[in-house]
Design a protein around this ligand. Structure first.
Ligand SMILES: Cc1cc2nc3c(=O)[nH]c(=O)nc-3n(C[C@H](O)[C@H](O)[C@H](O)COP(=O)(O)O)c2cc1C
Length: 184
């Protein structure tokens, strides 16, 4: 089984990264083949809406997001984590989701093989885990609605301004590992 993890945080050391690594470590310990993508420092561009993909079946751009999309295409499961910036996912992570429009065919069916499993994790500074619930729900609905992913768990990490907070929160890391186990 191949599992791709994506940390959408632009911080070189981040909670998103710690969380995705914990999930991938858990899966690797149980025999999965894992691949980690950290968007921090990546060379990426947003979607320019040119619609090249609608006639050619692939994005006109070739950057690090191209590699992430290829890896997701070939994976059996994905783990996605990204921070909330002003009530929405950060722009680097949003660029990935927008660029995945190249996987949406002109008739709105999806080029991705259906049924890949997924877990999604939002990280935020605020302590109320329901404060940006709509954003986590939006991601899960986008992945299941457009990309036919089977989103099996959604987690929210709170009080995350300190980049080490997730690493120090054994209870949350244990939740992440339990969620990861459901991908197997
Ligand atoms: C530009 C910016 C905007 C942010 N906006 C919010 C926000 O609206 N609500 C919130 O709870 N945290 C907000 N945060 C805090 C991040 O969501 C929080 O630090 C998160 O845990 C970072 O995740 P990371 O460690 O994976 O980078 C913001 C941080 C930045 C840099």
């Amino acid at each position: 089984m191949k599992v791709v993890g994506v940390s959408g945080s632009p911080r070189p050391k981040s909670n998103s990264s710690t969380i995705v690594k914990a999930a991938l470590d858990e899966l690797a310990s149980k025999g999965a083949e894992t691949e980690l993508f950290e968007m921090a420092g990546m060379k990426i561009e947003g979607c320019s809406g040119c619609m090249y993909c609608k006639s050619k079946g692939k994005c006109v751009k070739n950057d690090d997001i191209t590699k992430i999309i290829e890896a997701i295409f070939n994976a059996d499961a994905v783990v996605l984590a990204a921070p909330i910036y002003f009530h929405k996912y950060n722009s680097q992570f949003r660029a990935l989701i927008d660029r995945m429009y190249c996987l949406v065919k002109p008739d709105f069916s999806c080029a991705l093989p259906a049924g890949k499993k997924a877990i999604v994790i939002s990280t935020q500074g605020a302590p109320d885990e329901n404060a940006f619930k709509g954003e986590t729900e939006w991601l899960a609905e986008t992945l299941s609605g457009y990309f036919k992913l089977n989103v099996i768990d959604k987690l929210v990490f709170v009080n995350g301004n300190d980049a080490n907070a997730a690493a120090e929160n054994k209870e949350f890391i244990s939740k992440v590992k339990s969620a990861a186990d459901k991908l197997l």
